[in-house]
Design a protein around this ligand. Sequence first.
Ligand SMILES: O=C[C@H](O)[C@H](O)[C@H](O)COP(=O)(O)O
Length: 224
Amino acid sequence: MNVKKLAGEKAVEYVRDGMTIGLGTGSTVYWTIRKLGELVKQKELQIRAIPTSQQTSDLANELGIPLETFAQSTEVDLTIDGADEFNSSLDLIKGGGGALVREKLVAAASNRLIIVANESKSVEKIGKFPLPIEVVPFAWEVTAKRIEGLNCVPTLRRVNGCPYVSDNGNYILDCSFGYIENPAKLDRTIKLLPGVVDTGLFISMADTVIIGTTNGLKVLSKKN
Ligand SMILES: O=C[C@H](O)[C@H](O)[C@H](O)COP(=O)(O)O
């Protein structure tokens, strides 16, 4: 059973006609985007979408999903995205695919954030997945040293031996902190460091997590 497809397609049920949808990045939300594309093509759904990466923008264009930018609208009704880890408070680590900065901007502009994931992303404490941190390339070595001082091992993300460059022209440090006791505090601390653009910690942003499992779907919702 394709549990990513199961979770990804389920999220489409939350989309309504006329909505502006934030489209996340990755192999789970891929299934959401494909399904949305089908519904748009069959004229069963009228939406506009704001993509969180070039990769998602290309996919949406290919599927005929109308795109817009924040120049047209600064409010997003619903964003659907993936995650690398989530806990029972719905705090997340994101950015495994390098799209964390745009993902966070789109999520922050959204009235609702739905995460689609498979069960392996569910953890008691986040931090086993190395935390992606986007940094300005200039003096990245200095920024990495400062981050290392917070008790982690930062590794510059590389592709074919060259630094990985995000859609924003920045580098990504994958930082192994081990289990993170206070994710909100760590996020604030890291963001104060010069050179840091943003972190992959998404604290109190997600409203719902749709989890695909081999026994079917589970849905976690934010406790008010
Ligand atoms: O930068 C990438 C994103 O945060 C993804 O949403 C995240 O890495 C999860 O991707 P996937 O669904 O492929 O595991």
